[in-house]
Design a protein around this ligand. Structure first.
Ligand SMILES: *Cc1c(COP(=O)(O)O)cnc(C)c1O
Length: 232
């Protein structure tokens, strides 16, 4: 059974990497500028081991309680952990302790807490601002028109390093609609850069929309089911 899971993961990963390579070529993107983050939420530590054996190093988790146990079990050297889930105030201390990145920052209060709780011996916490690109009422993230002001505030925290923007667009099957959502985030990112923000991370593209995200300039893909299979 473990062997079967390992072979399946290898097979899935080859396919995802081929999709990324093809999309990069089609849309004239430098593949070196596209970082793959493997989303391991809901997956047992054993499966993450297999992913590490495949050479993957960046992992995304959404639930602190689940994640920190895995992070403690796995070798920390050259592993990079991204928090991509909803932030709760009573979890910011754990997030600041265990993670290298927080991609789902959307509140000043959480920024303040993460800044204050980031331990001195660790480098600044890398953060992305989560943007609600499709204005979905049930979804977290700040509205597009507030991104610049929010980014200015975030920059004042010495223990946070603002790296860019992240979004989870509305679900669309159609490629052109996927591209439209991705383009909104991409435009906001370019505007921030024109305002002088030093950014290098445009985090968009999941299993279902990675090609559209690459077409629109994504520099960071967050892929879960494409690599591990369907979540139960
Ligand atoms: C679960 C999740 C992903 C991965 O989604 P898949 O469709 O499994 O690739 C990416 N980003 C966020 C924020 C997620 O919660």
């Amino acid at each position: 059974m473990p062997l079967e899971i390992q072979l399946q993961l290898h097979h899935n990963l080859v396919r995802v990497e081929q999709t990324i390579a093809d999309a990069a070529q089609q849309f004239c993107r430098n593949i070196e500028e596209i970082q793959l983050v493997t989303v391991s939420k809901g997956r047992p530590t054993r499966e993450i081991f297999f992913a590490i054996e495949e050479g993957l190093r960046h992992f995304g988790e959404s639930y602190v309680q689940e994640a920190y146990l895995k992070i403690e079990l796995l070798p920390t050297r050259d592993m990079v952990w991204h928090f991509i889930g909803p932030i709760q105030s009573n979890k910011t201390q754990m997030i600041a302790k265990y993670f290298d990145w927080v991609q789902s920052l959307a509140s000043l209060k959480h920024a303040q807490r993460l800044n204050d709780q980031r331990l001195d011996h660790l480098p600044p916490l890398n953060v992305c601002i989560e943007v609600n690109v499709d204005r979905e009422s049930q979804k977290s993230g700040i509205p597009l028109e507030e991104v610049a002001d929010f980014a200015k505030e975030i920059q004042q925290f010495p223990r946070l390093q603002l790296r860019g923007l992240m979004a989870v667009p509305a679900h669309h099957e159609e490629f052109e609609l996927q591209r439209q959502s991705c383009r909104l985030l991409s435009q906001a990112y370019q505007q921030l850069k024109m305002l002088g923000f030093q950014l290098d991370t445009l985090s968009m593209g999941m299993t279902g929309d990675m090609v559209a995200a690459i077409a629109e300039g994504s520099t960071m893909l967050r892929i879960g089911t494409g690599i591990f299979g369907e979540r139960k």
